[in-house]
Design a protein around this ligand. Structure first.
Ligand code: PLP
Length: 473
């Protein structure tokens, strides 16, 4: 870098593209939250102090505060679609309620409200409609096999939402407050929409933030709206015969260094739909997104992508693209698969007859994948994400040639993908032996059926939500 350059390079260590503590500390710096939140965050100690938003003015800027929630319950309850029905698959059916909170630069966050599900009120000049000032999260509420409602590592989604919002000049917030709001909506609508006898079912949770600022100028928005909705969604992970992927063309990429591929912002998705539409028309399920002249493999559709292969030296490896270049989303499922593989597959798994794996996060290319397939060293491939969960990949088409990916003994899914998927599933759905797993966040249905008294800080509610030991408070 020449001296005097405006943007110094970032070392891999500085890159805030992961959803753990290191990643969100920078997001919080950007967010310039008021001082009552910031110093309590782990890992922020080494970062320079950020002046509070309200410095220099008399009126304090309000932070997002779930304990101020005002509830108006529906008087026109909606019908729950039958399992497997076209309505359920339409992805248009939402539950009875939604949560909203507005933000204005001068005053901060308003008291959030829980209200009947319905249209939003937006001016045609709203910033999000013109400048893609929008970000979102994707998570699920699970009806466990033990009868309990659960979220899966939801604090990581809330951290990622903060990273996304601050990447596109939307306001920051305390991720713990967002989680409180998500839990309240789940407590309100979960019991009816995921009845206790439908074990193994789920609802999709979509927290979203948009710039609602009605000023058409190209500028950081002065108004924003946070909303949380719950939708019905069918299971997508059981693709018969496995996923058939079309590698992206040389003239199209999803994300690039210096961009925002690591953030869950709408601007990453709209432009990818042309390629996805073309892939679907040609009989493929998803696009396998490549990047750069050396065709680095990044993600499959809106999922992270994994391969199991044997190196030329004979080492069995589970490989996925690293987060270093910030072109890959730090998927919660990806993170969980990596952690479980490191913990449980470092030595052989005798019960399943599986040999140990080395877990590798690094840049890898389509040519390496082609070579592994040609040499018979490619063992399996799969995509991971909240929507598709863990889905086996059976074919990849790259520059007109088809690569066949082995699909395990049964022909349905490779053995490593199957075992890893079952481990995650057991935690998500509270299966026997996993009901107390720390990644499973139980949503108690009975405790919050009526409105809580509104206090600025509700310790009882914190304890109920399990947030008294929240790592970032
Ligand atoms: N990659 C992209 C681009 C995504 O949109 C998603 C889905 O959110 C994922 C990966 C998987 O992330 P997660 O496992 O958190 O759902």
């Amino acid at each position: 870098m020449a001296s005097g350059a405006l943007t110094p390079p970032q070392t891999a260590y500085d890159i805030p593209s992961d959803v753990s503590t290191k990643g969100i500390s920078e997001a919080l710096q950007k967010a310039a939250l008021s001082s009552s939140v910031q110093p309590a965050l782990a890992d922020v100690g080494t970062a320079p102090p950020t002046p509070p938003l309200n410095s220099g003015c008399d009126t304090p800027i309000a932070e997002l505060d779930a304990s101020l929630l005002q509830c108006t319950y529906t008087t026109a309850p909606r019908t729950v679609p039958a399992k497997g029905s076209p309505e359920q698959a339409s992805l248009k059916v939402c539950t009875d309620h939604m949560i909203l909170a507005t933000w204005r630069r001068a005053i901060g966050w308003s008291a959030p409200s829980l209200q009947p599900y319905g249209p939003l009120n937006l001016m045609p000049t709203a910033s999000c409609l013109h400048y893609a000032t929008e970000c979102f999260e994707g998570m699920k509420l699970y009806r466990g096999f033990d009868g309990k409602l659960r979220l899966f590592r939801p604090e990581l989604n809330c951290n990622r939402m903060l990273m996304s919002s601050t990447r596109i000049a939307l306001p920051g917030f305390d991720p713990a407050e967002l989680l409180r709001l998500i839990v309240k909506l789940c407590v309100t609508d979960g019991p009816k929409w995921l009845p206790k006898d439908q074990k193994g079912s789920f609802l999709y949770i979509r927290p979203t933030m948009i710039a609602s600022d009605p000023a058409l100028g190209v500028q950081a928005p002065n108004e924003a709206l946070l909303f949380i909705i719950l939708t019905c969604m069918p299971s997508l992970d059981d693709v018969k015969g496995g996923l058939n992927l079309l590698a992206s063309r040389d003239d199209m990429c999803r994300a690039w260094p210096g961009g925002f591929g690591y953030a869950k912002v709408g601007a990453n998705y709209g432009p990818s739909l042309l390629a996805q539409g073309e892939a679907r028309r040609r009989g493929f399920h998803q696009v396998l997104w490549l990047f750069g002249e050396d065709c680095a493999v990044t993600e499959a559709g809106a999922s992270n992508f994994f391969v199991v292969w044997r190196t030329r030296e004979g080492q069995l490896q589970l490989v996925t693209a690293s987060l270093d270049e910030r072109i890959v989303l730090d998927g919660i499922t990806r993170r969980s698969i990596l952690e479980l593989a490191r913990e449980r597959l470092a030595s052989s798994l005798k019960s399943e007859g599986l040999e140990p794996l080395e877990v590798v996060e690094r840049k890898f290319t389509m040519m390496e994948l082609e070579d592994a397939a040609a040499d018979g060293r490619l063992v399996e491939a799969f995509g991971t994400g909240t929507a598709w969960f863990v889905a086996a990949v059976s074919k990849i088409q790259f520059r007109g040639k088809e690569i066949s990916v082995p699909m395990g003994k049964t022909g349905e899914m490779g053995e490593y993908a199957r075992v890893l998927k079952s481990w995650v599933k057991e935690i998500m759905w509270g299966c026997e032996g996993n009901t107390e797993h720390e990644w499973g966040y139980v949503v108690e249905e009975s405790a919050f059926t009526k409105d809580r008294p509104r206090r600025s800080y509700d310790k009882e509610w914190d304890a109920y939500l399990g947030l008294d030991d929240w790592p970032f408070r």
